[in-house]
Structure formats: C-alpha cells, structure tokens
Design a protein. Structure first.
Length: 848
DNA sequence: TATTCCCGCCAACAC
DNA sequence: GTGTTGGCGGGAATA
C-alpha cells in the first residue's frame, strides 16, 4: 500500500511519470526538478492541497514551468516570495536553464544517480531556508509542499527531515508540518551530542572495535567474525537527544526510536565529535550502532542495512557541510569513511565565570557537567514530550547535577586560586595530594612558602608573556629559549615539544599541577617504551591492558592525509555565536615508518605479561575503560592563576596536539603535554629541585600522575611489568620513608631494553624519581573503586576540560609549529620510535 | 567487484 | 479506516 498515492493525489501522476519507462520523461522530470529548485520553486504550489487541479507534471504544466522559469517577471516575483536573498539563486537558475534548455543534451541525458541523490536533494532543501532564520517569522515547512516543489517523494523528505531533526535544525510541529530553525541550535546540539557521546564512551567503543579489527588481522584464533561482539557494545541505548523547546513529536517516537534515522544520525554525529581524529568509517559506525541495537541479532544483512542508513545520513550531513567523505586506506583495502568538517565543539565552554574554572574543586566542580546536557535535553519548564529511555533519564539527572555544580560560584576553584595563591586554599583533596608529594619528597613545609613566592613571581611573568600570544607562537626547537622567563637552570631543558605557552612558566620554576584528564581514559598515549611522556593508568592491570590495546589501535588507526603528511595539526580557532570556541578539527597523524611488526611484537610481549590473564575477560575490559586516566596535563599553577580571569585554559586539545609531535610519541587523541626527558626533569617537576610539585588531581584521577620519560616512566603501558601493585609498593615504601622518593623498586624486564630512548641515557636520577614518583598515585588510584572513579571521571570531565583549556583558546597552530620545529626530538627519537600502527590513508573525495 | 544509495514496499502508528 | 511516518532491503548505478 503506497500511502503516498492516497495522501498526495497530485503526486501520483508525477510518480507515474517517474516510473515511466520513457527516458525522456524521466529526464524532463529530473530537469524540472532542478529548475524548480534552483529557480526558487518557481511554481511553488502554495500547498499541496491547494495545488491546482491542473497537474504540474503534465506536459502542459511542465511547459508552464519552463516558461515561468524563463520569465524574469515571474522569476522575480517568485524570488521575492521565496528567496529573500535570491539573486544568486536566480542566476543559478538561469545558468541551469541555459544549460538544460539550450540544447538537446538534457533530453538525452538520463537523470543520473547523483542528480537524485539524497545529498543533492538535501542541498536543494537547505537552499530554501536561511541558515539563521528570523525566529519571529513563520518558518514552517510543509512536507507535502516541499516534496512537491522538489519533485521528490515525500519519503525522501522524511529522510532529510529526520536527520535535520536530529540536529534540531527542524522540529516537528504537527502532522506534515515542521518548523525550520536553521543553525540556530546547531552548536548547542553538537555540544550536547558530544557530551552525550562522551558519556556513552563512544570513543572507547570505537577503539575497541578497531582493536578487534586489528586482532583479526593478525588472525587471532579466538576471533570468528569481523562483526562487533558484545563487549564492544556498552549498550547505552541512547534515545533521541532533545533540546529545550524542540521536543520530539514524531508519531513513531516510541516505537521506532531505537532504529530511528534521527537517533542514528545523532549517534553518528556523536562518533565524530568524540573521536580523534574526527574520521569515522562507516564500518565502525555501523558496528557501534548495531551494537547498541543488540549485537546478537547482527548478521550480514543487518550490517548492510545499517550501512545504507549511514549513507543516507552521511549524505545529509555532507550537505550540511558537517562531514565530508574520505577514504581510509588500510592494509585490507579502502574503507569508506567520513570526516568531520563541522565546528569543533568543546563541550560546555559556554561563558562561565572565569573565576570558576581554574582549579577543579573535586567535590563540587568535578561532579561534572551533565547538567548542561540535561537542561538541553529536558527543559525544566515542561513535561517530557515522549517516553524516554530510563538510561537517558539517569544520564540526564547526573548531567543536571553536574552542571549545577560546575556553575556553582562558591565552589569555584578559580576564586580560590585567584584570591589565595596559598596552596592550602586548594580543594582538600588537592591539598592532600600536594601534601603527599611533599612528604614523599621530604620537602618541609617551607616549600609551600617558596611556592607562594614563585607563584607570585610567575604571575608577574605571565603578565609579561601573554599566554595567548605565546600559544600562538611556533614552538622553537630544542634551542628554544624561555624568552621572558628566566630559567632556573637547574637542569638542562630541551623544548622540542612543549607548548610555547608553558615553556616560560616551566622555566620560571612555577609549580605545576599534574592533571590527568579523566575523559580520555581510552586514549592511552603511549605504546612505545620510548615515549617521553606517558600517561598511565594503573588502576588495575586490566586497565593497562585495555588501554594499551586501545591505544595501539588508536595508533594503528591514525590516519594520514592523502598527501602523506605525517604530522598535521590544523587550527582554525574561531568563535561561533559567541558561545563557545570552535576549532577546526585537528588532524594528528603519526609516523608512518613504524612497522606493524613492532606493534605485534609489543603486543606479544604484553601477552606474556601478567596482564594477559585479563584478556578475554570482557567485563574487565569494560570496567577498565571506565577507569582509565591516561592523559596528563602539566599546568603551571601561576599560569592558571593568571589566566583564570581570562577564561583561558589549557585544553586537552592543545595537549593532544602537542602529543602529536613526534617527540612525544603520543596518540593524537591523548591529552598530554609533550616534554622531553629533560623537560620532565627540569621543568615538569620543579618540586624536586625548585618548587614543590603540586598535584592537582581530580578525584577521578587521583592516582594518575604520569609524567616521565621512556625508561624511568615504567608504569606506563609500555611497561606492563609495572603492575599497580608495584606502583603501590613503591608508593608505600616511599611514603613510609622506607625508600627514597627517587627509588623505584620495580623493574621492567620485559620492555625495558627496548624502551631506552637515546636521551634516556642522560636522564638524571630525578627523572627516575619522577617515574617512581607517580607510581604511588597510581597505586592510590587503584584503590579507588572503579565504578566510583569512572563516574567521577565523567563528572569531572567538563570542568577539567574548561580548566585545562589552552590559554587563548585552541592554539593548535602552535602545535603545528611544534611539530615542524621539533626536529631535534624527532631525529633523536626516530630511531627508537616504537609506534605500532596500521597505516591508514585518508583521501578526501568531493562528494558533491 | 565493491561501493553507493535510489526506490518503494509495507508495517507501525496517529487520528 | 485512512493517512502519516519511516524501517527496511532489493537491486541498479557508479566507482
């Protein structure tokens, strides 16, 4: 039963005409469709119901259309009517008419697939409406009308509208009627989607899938099919994400939402927003979407169907210029993928009192910011418009709570920092950690006073060296000099990879807060033993294993642009709507010259490690995902203080960019501050020689203080032998004063030799201290209940993201400079790079 | 051959 | 019962 025939009588002839075997007729229709569209719906039946009995699709009507299109009068009239900014459109129509009416070609040519593609149709659809419509005006959309004007089945309009609705560019008013919102809500929607995507750990899912793919490539006997297995699905079962005032009113919202195109679209977008680089292959997306739809039902046909739908969605998103098609080349061939070209959304960066963002107060801010999402999802004013999945409700509640606390002025960490540089004013947990550090280092309380002084000093230095400016500066190579800040000169400092904004402060002897970003738990940044800075989660061995695997996959899946750039970081930091920073997607690519054998070998080593026993324990894997805290940030406290009022923070993006630098060997998706061995020694741990090291560790990251270089940093994934127990042991021993802080009990018999970085030979003992120093916290972290920490991690995410945003906003340019300028490290480390990867090539193709 | 995705059947749902 | 909505998959066009 084709209901369209019933509900849209006038379309029936059209439909029949389309079905006609006569090529010419079909061509005419197609051309007419184009003409109608490009000319601004020249015929524009007011409404389908009001369409004149004279069917527009009769030959006579077609002729009228052509005449109308060619007539300036009619065109102008219609243009005024429908195209406020239509001159260009009229020109297009002219060209189109000229192109199609001046010859026989168009009659001979068939309407190609492209002409009828959903993407083009969506483009036509979008052209009809302004990006930012005047909300005061009537922006209603009649689907019948649109389908009529665009000369397509209404079914196709549904496809478009569903995707647009998923982005809240339209919302349903009533049957057959929608209201056009344009891009007014787009950023907010993307922001929300990103948050929800993070909450649902899509990033981890992607990595899990990639990891399994990788394992399959190496013929792990346990793997049977290429399909996603249950452990790849975190079973979040997302429902449609709403925005206030845009509650969904679709008829089938309750029954079909699970497989709804709009929900799929949202999930698809989430994948882009949470992944780094923001390239998502259809295969991975399909697996994830299927996974959430109960993987047990998965079969080939389901997969194919999902792929089809993803194509539909992707075409619309492409028309919206949010994504573009690329191809990911792998060993096995080319895979279709899409790359996010829309705004880079930094979740919940909407104007927040700057005084609330510097130091994350663990108990308050770190309850995190789902509230924003929640408020977006569910306006407090009204009732929910449709049944929502319980899990979503749960999520929303948490979000609401988090947001409330983020915006809670009294808990503002910045305030404390600004008003009182005294470390004692930090949140209690931070203070405790700092105290632990002090104790471990056998540094008396005088260090605090010293730190105060240095903070003050650094504040002045910060004023001299604008963080924003410095961020924008290219990072000098190893010879980089701390321009405005006097290096303490305690230890040699090599800045081949450090953020320029941080360097001066680093040299200034500023105390650094070591922060591990909880939101990047899956993005273990190192696999190579030679990583100079490694992020560690020793919460448990499972965590290590999982993160290692995930990271290896992340590395493997690093994409390289078609031109073969091995390190590309783009930054087009802009602001949009003044609401939040939008940075162009950063593409961080890894070196291509690392053989997979190395990876395999490393994995084999891993397999031999005690971690192996966890393999196959899917539950553990999932749990581990929650407990990973791989990213590290070194935050000059003075810097933070200084920048607090400027609402500029160190961003994980920045860190991630830095991490892309060869010298860091870090995953592009990891947030870390790339430092060389020397940097770590001299700068990042001034506490050992200069100022107290202050650990600002959110509750979720309590135990993770991963700062070290290759060898000394032996609790990293590349050192599987460094078990949590080892870390705990070291910490305990050190804490009890049984061993010195610089001592490290554990050894790395497995990867140790391979992990020797050329520079590590010159590593001072302090570096080693660093390595051992962090272990205690890893141990502490391990003691935390995984569930609790995982949740806390999430809750802290938003706050920490804000907090650690790079001064001056996204400053990936500087990172780009870093990449290009840091040849020293590159050269140094090249020989020992141990970055496993599966080379992926991304080639862009202009879809339309 | 693989990828892409148009097309329309037809079922769920609302009225 | 009628109309709306949209999941779904065949299969053709395209690469």
């Amino acid at each position: 039963m084709e209901t369209e025939d019933k509900e849209n009588p006038s379309s029936e002839p059209h439909k029949l005409m389309l079905k006609t075997p006569l090529k010419q007729a079909a061509t005419s229709n197609s051309v007419l469709s184009e003409i109608q569209n490009q000319a601004g719906s020249l015929l524009t039946p007011p409404k389908l119901n009001e369409t004149s009995p004279g069917d527009p699709w009769t030959p006579t009507a077609n002729l009228k259309i052509l005449i109308s299109a060619a007539s300036p009068e009619i065109r102008n009239r219609e243009q005024k009517k429908r195209w406020p900014d239509g001159p260009s459109e009229v020109l297009e129509a002219k060209n189109y008419l000229h192109e199609h009416l001046s010859g026989d070609e168009y009659e001979k040519s068939q309407p190609s697939r492209k002409e009828k593609s959903l993407g083009l149709l969506c483009h036509k659809f979008l052209v009809r409406y302004p990006n930012f419509p005047n909300t005061a005006e009537n922006n209603e959309i009649c689907l019948d009308e649109v389908s009529e004007e665009l000369n397509v089945e209404r079914r196709r309009i549904y496809d478009i509208v569903n995707v647009l609705e998923s982005l809240h560019m339209v919302s349903r008013l009533a049957k057959n009627r929608y209201v056009w919102h344009g891009r007014h809500n787009l950023n907010k929607t993307l922001q929300t989607l990103k948050k929800v995507g993070e909450e649902n750990k899509y990033k981890q899912q992607i990595q899990l899938i990639k990891r399994r793919e990788y394992e399959q490539e190496f013929e792990l006997e346990d793997e049977k099919t290429g399909m996603v297995t249950t452990h790849t699905s975190l079973n979040t079962d997302l429902c449609f994400v709403e925005l206030p005032g845009m509650e969904f009113r679709a008829a089938s919202v309750n029954s079909r939402k699970d497989k709804s195109l709009r929900v799929m679209s949202q999930k698809f977008v989430m994948l882009f927003l949470v992944s780094t680089p923001q390239i998502v292959s259809l295969e991975v997306a399909a697996k994830i979407l299927i996974g959430e739809d109960h993987v047990e039902d998965l079969d080939k046909s389901k997969f194919k169907t999902k792929i089809r739908r993803l194509y539909d969605i992707a075409n619309v998103l492409s028309s919206l210029e949010l994504i573009k098609k690329v191809h990911v080349k792998e060993e096995r061939g080319r895979k279709p993928a899409f790359k996010w070209i829309g705004p880079h959304i930094l979740p919940y960066t909407n104007p927040v009192p700057t005084t609330t963002t510097i130091v994350p107060s663990h108990s308050v801010e770190c309850k995190s910011a789902k509230e924003q999402c929640s408020k977006n999802l569910f306006p407090s004013r009204g009732k929910q418009s449709f049944t929502r999945h319980p899990s979503l409700m749960k999520l929303v509640k948490t979000i609401e709570s988090d947001r409330r606390k983020i915006h809670s002025a009294p808990s503002s960490p910045t305030k404390k920092t600004d008003s009182d540089p005294n470390p004692s004013s930090f949140p209690s947990k931070m203070a405790q950690l700092a105290a632990i550090c002090k104790e471990q280092l056998e540094e008396p309380s005088r260090q605090l006073k010293k730190m105060k002084m240095k903070l003050t000093q650094t504040t002045m230095q910060c004023k001299l060296a604008s963080p924003v400016k410095s961020q924008a500066e290219p990072v000098p190579s190893s010879s980089q000099t701390p321009s405005l800040v006097e290096p303490l000169g305690v230890l040699p400092v090599i800045h081949n990879s450090m953020s320029p904004a941080m360097l001066p402060h680093a040299y200034s002897g500023v105390s650094y807060a070591v922060y591990l970003h909880p939101s990047q738990g899956q993005t273990m940044t190192t696999y190579s033993p030679t990583f100079t800075l490694q992020c560690v989660s020793c919460a448990n061995m499972t965590g290590i294993k999982t993160s290692l695997d995930a990271n290896s996959k992340a590395l493997l899946s690093k994409t390289t642009t078609e031109d073969g750039d091995s390190s590309i970081v783009k930054d087009d930091a802009v602001t949009e709507d003044g609401n939040f920073l939008i940075a162009k997607e950063k593409e961080v690519t890894k070196n291509d010259n690392i053989s997979e054998k190395c990876l395999k070998r490393s994995q084999a080593l891993l397999e031999n490690s005690p971690i192996k026993k966890y393999k196959g324990n899917e539950k553990n894997l999932e749990d581990a995902l929650v407990t990973l805290f791989p990213s590290v940030y070194l935050i000059p406290l003075a810097h933070c203080t200084q920048l607090g009022n400027e609402a500029v923070f160190y961003s994980k993006e920045k860190a991630a960019m830095c991490s892309s630098e060869p010298g860091t060997y870090s995953s592009s998706i990891a947030g870390l501050l790339p430092v060389t061995t020397s940097e770590v020694t001299a700068v990042n741990f001034p506490a050992f020689h200069i100022t107290p090291l202050k650990l600002m560790v959110p509750p979720s990251s309590v135990a993770t203080v991963p700062v070290a270089n290759g060898v000394s940093f032996n609790s990293s994934p590349d050192n599987p032998s460094q078990s949590p127990s080892s870390s705990l042991r070291n910490f305990t021993l050190q804490h009890l004063g049984l061993i010195s802080p610089g001592m490290q009990v554990s050894a790395n018999p497995i990867l140790g030799p391979a992990s020797v970085h050329p520079e590590t030979e010159h590593v001072s003992p302090i570096s080693e201290n660093v390595g051992s120093y962090q272990s205690p916290y890893l141990g502490l972290r391990r003691n935390l209940p995984s569930g609790q920490t995982g949740k806390t991690s999430e809750m802290c995410q938003t706050t920490t993201e804000n907090f650690f945003r790079t001064p001056g906003g996204p400053t990936k340019n500087s990172s780009l400079a870093v990449s290009s300028d840091s040849k020293g490290v590159d050269e140094i480390s090249q020989g020992t790079k141990f970055v496993p990867q599966r080379k992926l090539e991304v080639s862009t193709e202009a879809k339309l």
